[in-house]
Design a protein around this ligand. Structure first.
Ligand SMILES: [Zn+2]
Length: 257
């Protein structure tokens, strides 16, 4: 089964019907991340139409300042969500350093809840890899998926030592740094993503569709000197292992198993 461990189905808007058809036709298990409360509500609605879609709640670091004053208002959604994503820090695309404190507060609010609820989290670390790792260690976060890692090697190595998983996505098609990371990662920590529809759009100007996951798999196979089928099976087994015995994920395991 194809696994898209990080995308944003709510953002397809008028292309959603087409995207859902592809997901169904090609049986792509899809983890749909949220950026804020409205996108979470939208993702829950979309996921109700398909067993292949898992909707997650998260506040993206770009939106942290909007929510930092009302963190308790997020707790129902944190409790309800089977995993958490997308959360984290971004010191690269966010230039105003005055907003970094808001990002840290929101991220830490989630990490505290995750420690209590023992949930898997999907983390954005762009330009803030070192501090993200520090906070994940501070809260003893056990099951972590690092989304679209593109940072320095020494932090990557430390994250691998912690047993964090990594979603490799569309930038592997064009970036030597990401290709080097994809070649280096232990097979058992590797997952695949599209970050659709915006991930490809940010690189090429046109939106990605769910089948883009096959391009990512093909490139991973080429880089790692193996077959598409082996990458697909490895990623599926990794996701199953990551979610093993997780009561929050009964539904996801039923779909992938
Ligand atoms: Zn994303």
């Amino acid at each position: 089964m194809l696994i898209d461990a990080h995308c944003h189905l709510d953002r397809y808007e008028e292309n959603l019907t087409y995207a859902l058809e592809q997901i169904t036709q090609h049986r792509i298990f899809t983890i749909s991340n949220s950026m804020d409360l409205p996108s979470y509500k939208q993702n829950v609605k979309i996921a109700a139409t398909s067993d292949l879609i898992l909707p997650l709640f998260g506040i993206h670091p770009w939106n942290a300042s909007e929510y930092v004053g009302c963190l308790e208002d997020l707790d129902w959604a944190i409790s309800e969500s089977p995993m958490i994503g997308e959360i984290g820090l971004d010191y690269y695309f966010v230039n105003e350093t005055s907003r970094y404190d808001d990002q840290r507060k929101v991220f830490e609010h989630f990490l505290k809840a995750v420690r209590r609820q023992r949930k898997i989290i999907i983390v954005h670390t762009k330009g803030a890899e070192s501090e993200a790792l520090q906070l994940l260690k501070k809260y003893n976060t056990e099951r972590v998926v690092i989304h679209w890692y593109s940072g320095p090697w020494h932090i990557l190595k430390a994250m691998v030592e912690h047993g964090f998983y990594f979603t490799i996505g569309v930038e592997v098609l064009i970036s030597q740094h990401i290709q080097d990371i994809a070649a280096y990662l232990p097979a058992e920590l590797m997952l695949t993503e599209t970050d659709n529809p915006g991930g490809k759009e940010s690189l090429t100007g046109t939106i990605g569709t769910p089948l883009l996951i096959k391009d990512v798999i093909g490139k991973l196979a080429e880089i790692r000197g193996t077959s598409d089928q082996i990458i697909m099976t490895t990623v599926q087994n990794n996701l199953i292992r990551l979610g093993d015995n997780d009561p929050w994920l009964t539904r996801a395991q039923a779909s992938t198993g």
